[in-house]
Write a protein that binds this ligand. Structure first.
Ligand SMILES: Nc1ncnc2c1ncn2[C@@H]1O[C@H](COP(=O)(O)OP(=O)(O)O)[C@@H](O)[C@H]1O
Ligand SMILES: [Mg+2]
Length: 244
């Protein structure tokens, strides 16, 4: 559609789970070469189709293991769907797996520039954003510490501060706020709301349905890899809460 920023077109995702029991790597390699490794197919997403309009704030709900993260990864381009395709018209700042873009041996400061490069910013642009990242993440005293020494909450703060610099067309937030404390969660919610107000498109997954209701205009409900319902936030959240 014309004003769509994300088009999910009949997306299916299959994971091959090896069900072969082998005693050692050598045996595995020999079996693999002979084509004797058998797999169980597991379809984590089944024929999912929907469009997201530019500027919409979209929540994804569904029980654990229903395929939310897998769907977000196909949208972010981290995973290629087994069938179907995802078309994205714009830049994406993904916050999917905590620490995914980090090198644990590097300091927080070094990781800021590493992540900036991954997101497509020049070193000079990142120097401009640096103070804001440090201030927002409240990690002034820890910028020269290797991030392997960070708690998950500290990592989440740094990752969130980096992902929300500049003006990405699309921000994806997959449950990364859960590890932060309440005060920081509220700060992040305010920053996401601000990005929505400025026209960004948001894809949001949270353990807290209350946060989804507050932030999102539309909601997509995924159940066991199927699209169960899609509609206004009020309608879908109500139905989802009643199903629990
Ligand atoms: N890389 C993978 N290999 C095999 N199975 C996977 C992989 N990633 C996810 N899955 C499976 O796909 C299903 C959906 O997972 P996920 O997308 O993480 O769900 P959710 O985010 O809704 O909790 C789960 O059953 C999970 O175990
Ligand atoms: Mg998930």
């Amino acid at each position: 559609m014309e004003d769509s920023i994300i088009e999910v077109k009949d997306v299916s995702m299959c994971f091959n789970l090896s069900k072969e029991k082998v005693d050692n790597l050598k045996e595995y390699v020999i079996k693999a070469i002979k084509g004797q490794i058998k797999y169980d197919e597991f379809w984590a997403l089944k024929n999912i189709s929907f469009d997201i309009k530019r500027g919409d704030s979209v929540g994804l709900v569904g029980f654990n293991g229903s395929g939310k993260s897998t769907l977000l990864k196909t949208i972010a381009g981290v995973l290629k769907p087994t069938k179907g395709e995802v078309v994205v018209h714009g830049s994406i700042a993904p916050l999917i797996e905590l620490g995914a873009g980090f090198d644990m041996d590097l300091t927080a400061r070094e990781n800021v520039f590493l992540n900036g490069a991954i997101l497509g910013y020049s070193r000079k642009e990142m120097e401009g954003y640096y103070d804001d990242i440090v201030e927002f993440s409240e990690l002034e005293a820890f910028m020269d510490v290797p991030v392997k020494n960070f708690s998950s909450g500290m990592l989440a703060r740094l990752a969130f501060a980096i992902a929300t610099i500049g003006t990405p067309d699309i921000l994806i937030v997959d449950e990364v706020l859960a590890v932060g404390d309440f005060k920081f969660q509220e700060k992040c919610m305010a920053r996401i709301q601000n990005m929505v107000d400025n026209g960004a498109t948001i894809l949001f997954v949270s353990h807290s349905i209350e946060q989804v209701e507050r932030l999102c205009k539309s909601v997509v409900w995924i159940n066991k890899g199927n699209l169960k319902m899609i509609g206004s936030s009020e309608e879908i959240c109500e139905a989802y809460k009643n199903s629990q």
